[in-house]
Ligand binder design. Structure first.
Ligand SMILES: [Zn+2]
Length: 382
C-alpha cells in the first residue's frame, strides 16, 4: 500500500510551477515541443528513463514505457486551451491552498501527480504513460496511437480533472455539434416577398423535428444552440444556419441520431439544406469503468480520500475512445479543483499527494494481476 505521505507536496508544487510556467496551447507546435522536453526531463529525473517524443503535425506526443509486459496505460494530454499570453496575465500562484495558472487543473497537475505516482512504484515495468498533444482540439492526431496503446495495455487510467469535490468519471456521453445550413433566396420583404425563399421559415419548420430526435430515456440530448439568419430587416433571408449540440450515452444512439439528421428535409422545393459535423467521440459506457472503479474505491481510504464518488458526465475525453475500443477505462483521476478552461482554473494543492497515492495504488494493483481482458458488453450491440 502506498500512502499519501510518501509524496512531497513541496516537490510536486515545484514541478507544477515549472509546467504551468511553460505555456502549451493546442496546435502551437513550437511551444508544445518545448513543453514536451520539460516533461521528458521530469520523467528522466523521477522515473529514471526518457520517454519517446512522437512527432505529429500538431506537436509531439510523450510516450513513456516501463519496459515489461504492459498492463496499464496512464493517459493524459499536455496541450491546454489557453492562448499564449494567458500566463503573463495569470502567472502561476499558490494562494489560500489553491494553485492557479493556465492549464493547472486541465491537466498539468494531473501530469505531475502521475509522474510522482509512477516514481513511487517499486516495479514500474508494467506501466505506460502517454501524454498527447491534441486532446483539447479533438485528438485527431493521437486517436489511433492512444487506442493502440490502450488495447495493448488492457486498462486505461485517464488523468482528466475530477468532477466536483474529487469524484471520478465513470461514464461520459458521446458529444458533437451538427450544423444545419439552409440556402433560400433573397428578395425585398416589402415589395415582392413571394419571390424569395425564406430560409429562416424553413429552419423554423425543422426545429420541432430536430428537438424530437432527442431520447431522454436513453440519455440522448439534442439541443439547438446557435442560430443566425438574414442580412437586413427588409430582406427575405437567403441563408440561415443553426448549430445543434448532440450528446449520446449509448453507442447505438450515434448512428440513429446521425441518420435522423440526414433524413431532415426542407419544405420549399428550391431551398437547400446541408448538414455538417458529426458526433466525434463515442460514449463511454459505465460498464467500462465498473471493475477499475471498484479497485479505486478499495484504495481510497488508504490514500487519504474519505469519500470517492463516481459520476457520469456530459463532456467527452480520450477515455471515450479507449472505452469504445473495448478497454476498461477509469477517468477523472487527475487533479481536484475547478474552473477548467477559464480564468478561475485552480487546483486544491493539499489533495495532490492523496491523488498521486490513489493512482499509484491502482497501478500497483493492476500490475499484480493478469492483464485485463477486453470488454465484451460495451460496444454497439446495445
Ligand atoms: Zn483535459
Amino acid at each position: 500500500m502506498i500512502s499519501a505521505d510518501r509524496f512531497s507536496l513541496e516537490a510536486m508544487l515545484t514541478d507544477l510551477e515549472a509546467l504551468v510556467s511553460c505555456e502549451s496551447p493546442s496546435k502551437d507546435v513550437e511551444r508544445l515541443t518545448v513543453h514536451a522536453r520539460l516533461v521528458s526531463g521530469l520523467m528522466v529525473r523521477l522515473l529514471g528513463s526518457a520517454p519517446e517524443l512522437i512527432d505529429s503535425p500538431v506537436g509531439p506526443h510523450i510516450h513513456w514505457k516501463g519496459g515489461g509486459e504492459p498492463k496499464v496505460l496512464i493517459l493524459g494530454h499536455h496541450d491546454t486551451v489557453h492562448p499564449v499570453g494567458t500566463l503573463s496575465r495569470l502567472p502561476f500562484a499558490v494562494v489560500d491552498g489553491k494553485a492557479s495558472g493556465p492549464g493547472v487543473f486541465d491537466m498539468k497537475a494531473g501530469i505531475v501527480q502521475a509522474i510522482h505516482a509512477v516514481a513511487a512504484l517499486e516495479d514500474k515495468s508494467h506501466v505506460e504513460i502517454l501524454f498527447t498533444a491534441d486532446e483539447e482540439v479533438g485528438s485527431h492526431a493521437s486517436r489511433a496511437l492512444l487506442e493502440e496503446r490502450a488495447v495493448a495495455c488492457g486498462a486505461a487510467l485517464v488523468l482528466e480533472p475530477s468532477a466536483d469535490g474529487g469524484a471520478l468519471k465513470i461514464g461520459r456521453k458521446g458529444t458533437g455539434t451538427l450544423t444545419l445550413s439552409i440556402e433560400g433566396r433573397a428578395s425585398h420583404a416589402g415589395l415582392e416577398p413571394e419571390k424569395g425563399i425564406n430560409s429562416l421559415v424553413e429552419l423554423a419548420a425543422l426545429i420541432p423535428q430536430i428537438v424530437a430526435i432527442a431520447n431522454p430515456e436513453l440519455g440522448t440530448t439534442v439541443t439547438p444552440t446557435l442560430a443566425s439568419s438574414g442580412t437586413a430587416d427588409n430582406v427575405v433571408p437567403a441563408l440561415t444556419t443553426c448549430a445543434v449540440d448532440v450528446r449520446v450515452a449509448i453507442p447505438a444512439e450515434k448512428p440513429r441520431v446521425e441518420a435522423a439528421f440526414a433524413a431532415l428535409k426542407v419544405q420549399h422545393p428550391e431551398a437547400r439544406l446541408t448538414i455538417s459535423g458529426q458526433i466525434g467521440r463515442p460514449p463511454m459506457h459505465e460498464s467500462a469503468a465498473t471493475e477499475l472503479f471498484a479497485i479505486a474505491q478499495k484504495f481510497a481510504a488508504s490514500a487519504g480520500i474519505e469519500n470517492l464518488d463516481g459520476i457520469s458526465v456530459g463532456g467527452g475525453s480520450d477515455g471515450n475512445f479507449t472505452a469504445a475500443v473495448g478497454v476498461q477505462t477509469l477517468d477523472g483521476l487527475g487533479a481536484v479543483g475547478g474552473g477548467a478552461h477559464g480564468d478561475t482554473e485552480h487546483v486544491v494543492v493539499a489533495t495532490m499527494p492523496s491523488r498521486a497515492a490513489l493512482l499509484a495504488n491502482l497501478c500497483q494493483d493492476l500490475g499484480s494481476m493478469a492483464k485485463r481482458p477486453p470488454l465484451v458488453s460495451v460496444p454497439a450491440s446495445r
